[in-house]
Design a protein around this ligand. Structure first.
Ligand code: SF4
Length: 199
């Protein structure tokens, strides 16, 4: 129980980390970057099975909310992180481009999975062979599908970019220059935990 003769003020979160005086000095740009990296608002463009892993990333086990992004936005004007998860059909491409154009600046793009990055196994006339041919992609997350951990790694790569103040600049033609970060696959298949009984 707190001492009644002493005003009890619980200190939590950033307050607990601050000195007793309650103030700290820093640079405005650092605060802006901290706020920006802690409140990325994803715009899910999930068209196929990778979308299920994207949903799993937002679920309780992987808890995307830890990164300040529990608010999946289905309105591009209130989003700044486009996650392309799944194959992009040629018919859907204008929709994807329109969504990208409508998103708030500064904005980032993650290409999640083999289909979004390369067309995957769907090497045919109906599927775009890599969304980076039409929108700037900052982080490529490999896999078919990538696990939620890999998507989180991709999101953290974006956060590191923001921390370092590396907002992608515009090129000489005025078009956005993509960051082109490629994550290394980290998944190592392990042995089955139970005997399969096949003899
Ligand atoms: S990369 Fe694999 S899991 Fe993802 S959309 Fe393509 S086929 Fe589905």
């Amino acid at each position: 129980m707190p001492d009644a003769s002493f005003p009890y003020t619980p200190r939590m979160g950033i307050e607990a980390a601050l000195p007793v005086e309650g103030f700290m000095t820093t640079q405005l740009q650092r605060v802006i970057n901290w706020a920006r990296r802690s409140s990325l608002w994803p715009m899910p463009f999930a068209t196929a099975c990778c979308g299920i892993e994207l949903m799993a990333t937002a679920s309780s086990r992987y808890d995307l909310a830890r990164f300040g992004m529990e608010r999946m936005s289905f309105s591009p004007r209130q989003a700044d992180l486009l996650i392309v998860a799944g194959r992009v059909a040629v018919k859907m491409l204008p929709v994807l481009q329109r969504i990208y154009q409508q998103m708030a600046e500064p904005k980032w793009v993650i290409s999640m999975g083999a289909c979004a990055s390369t067309g995957g196994v769907f090497d045919n006339y109906a599927v775009v062979q890599g969304c980076d041919q039409f929108i700037p992609v900052d982080v490529y997350v490999p896999g078919c599908p990538p696990r939620p951990e890999q998507l989180l790694e991709g999101i953290m790569a974006i956060q590191r970019m923001i921390d370092e103040d590396r907002i992608p600049p515009k090129g000489p033609d005025g078009r956005r220059v993509p960051a082109n970060i490629v994550l290394a696959p980290t998944h190592r298949p392990t042995a089955q935990p139970v005997a399969l009984g096949l003899r």
